[in-house]
Ligand binder design. Structure first.
Ligand SMILES: *Cc1c(COP(=O)(O)O)cnc(C)c1O
Length: 435
């Protein structure tokens, strides 16, 4: 089974009734580092990274670029760089993080639908290898800034291939009416501009990203088909030699038993079949998985606090975190599963709703889950929180962001410090006239 087909990290096990991940007892981690606590299992992370490398090894020119936006921290970047990954980045902050963690900047791609002048300058100065140009405005701006710096930027063109995949509307990006990329009907115009006017842009190929949490391989075959056909057409019509193709990320993960994502190997086979149908002249391929790389390795530990039995209604049990450390349930109605970390022998099961601590009725982490009867002080472990949790976290209600620890071989190390109250006010200033 592929790592992304597991709900729990691959090292998760119960010993004497207690839940362990990476050889570490989760109740002890909660005690030592406090909660809420993000935990990343290194073996699961390296496991999926190696699966991707193995599955795509038939391609000489495969560029595996981790989509940093799923979870961008220095330690995670370092591990993925060690595993041979490049990085797909979308901001100065992500570019700077991967740069400081020692990544090879030639293997970094800068994406996004509204890159600022400052971000483009930083990317050029740090030697980012590819820009995925999203729109006419950006092409002109990038050409100008590169010109001022006496540089030529290697670019891909982000296109919207017009594919509808069955995923949540908010995380679907490849359909025609999308804020991302050039419509297929605009491609000839932008290419003509690049050829004739933008001397500081060097066009290498096309890029698409059709969505996230994708379960249907058909979406990828269709996408690859469109990208190849379009590349061959452009090469003919514009007399070019584009030989790079970025098929984006999006492979799904298993949050609950209802999710059945394909394996990484099946994804590789689908891509390979679609490619072979059209051309033997296989171009350089870029892949940008985010969620499927980091999701399964992450869990979040919370401490149970208050509870409320609504008369003739549900029972709410509250945790010490919620929508500020994991906004996905309130944003996308995302589903998660959880277990009690400690030993629960002898407790009867009961159906409860896990409520967050934040001042929003929508701050509910898990609705109607059967768990051993919870008591205040229990540690709840929520699975598959590695992606789009910390990276989307906020300080709503002026709550400090949790710490993150990396576990491996019974060892645990802090990789992100817990925010302190001082951190929270460290950017505040009171003007003199109010003093
Ligand atoms: C978000 C994004 C990804 C990663 O998507 P996942 O679903 O996390 O794999 C890859 N490429 C682009 C352009 C993206 O916007």
């Amino acid at each position: 089974m592929s790592v992304n087909q597991h709900i729990r990290p691959i090292t998760a096990e119960r010993k004497d009734g207690k839940l362990f991940v990476g050889g570490c007892c989760l109740s002890e981690l909660a005690e030592k580092y406090g909660t809420p606590l993000y935990v990343i299992d290194e073996a699961t992370l390296r496991g999926i990274a190696r699966e991707y490398k193995e599955a795509f090894k038939e391609y000489k020119n495969i560029h595996l670029m981790y989509a940093s936006k799923a979870l961008c921290t220095s330690a995670v970047s370092k591990i993925l760089y060690e595993e041979g990954f490049g990085f797909d980045t979308v901001s100065a902050g992500e570019i700077y993080t991967v740069y400081k963690s020692g990544a090879d900047m030639k293997n970094v791609l800068f994406n996004g639908s509204n890159k600022s002048q400052r971000e483009i300058e930083l990317a050029l100065e740090l030697g980012v290898g590819r820009f995925s140009v999203d729109n006419f405005y950006e092409a002109e701006l990038l050409n100008k800034i590169a010109g001022e710096k006496g540089k030529c930027a290697d670019i891909l063109l982000r296109i919207t291939p017009g594919i509808e995949c069955h995923t949540h509307d908010y995380i679907q990006t490849g359909q025609t009416d999308s804020k991302f990329g050039f419509d297929l009907t605009q491609i000839d115009k932008i290419i003509t501009l690049i050829k004739n006017n933008y001397k500081n842009l060097n066009l290498k190929g096309l890029h698409a990203h059709i969505g996230s949490q994708i379960f249907e391989l058909r979406s990828y075959s269709d996408e690859v088909e469109i990208l190849i056909k379009e590349t061959l057409r452009i090469n003919k019509v514009h007399n070019l030699h584009l030989d790079e193709m970025n098929i984006g990320g999006g492979l799904g993960v298993k949050y609950t038993d209802a999710d059945n994502p394909p394996s990484v190997k099946e994804l590789a086979q689908a891509v390979s079949c679609a490619m072979n149908k059209f051309t033997n002249d296989i171009p350089s391929i870029y892949l940008e998985p985010g969620r499927s790389i980091i999701s399964t390795s992450g869990i979040t530990l919370y401490t149970i606090g208050s509870s409320k039995q609504v008369p003739n209604g549900r029972k709410y049990v509250a945790i010490d975190g919620g929508m500020s450390d994991n906004p996905r349930p309130s944003m996308y109605q995302a589903k998660y599963v959880a277990e009690v970390a400690g030993e629960t022998a002898g407790r009867a099961e009961e159906e409860v709703t896990i409520a967050g601590r934040f001042c929003e009725s929508g701050d509910v982490l898990i609705e109607n889950i059967k768990l051993p009867k919870l008591e205040a002080g229990d540690i709840l472990c929520v699975f598959n929180t590695g992606s789009y949790n910390y990276s989307m976290a906020s300080n709503y209600n002026r709550v400090e962001k949790p710490a993150m620890v990396l576990v491996n071989n019974s060892q645990s190390d802090i990789i992100v410090n817990r925010e302190s109250l001082e951190d929270l006010i460290s950017h505040d200033r009171i003007p003199d006239r109010l003093k």
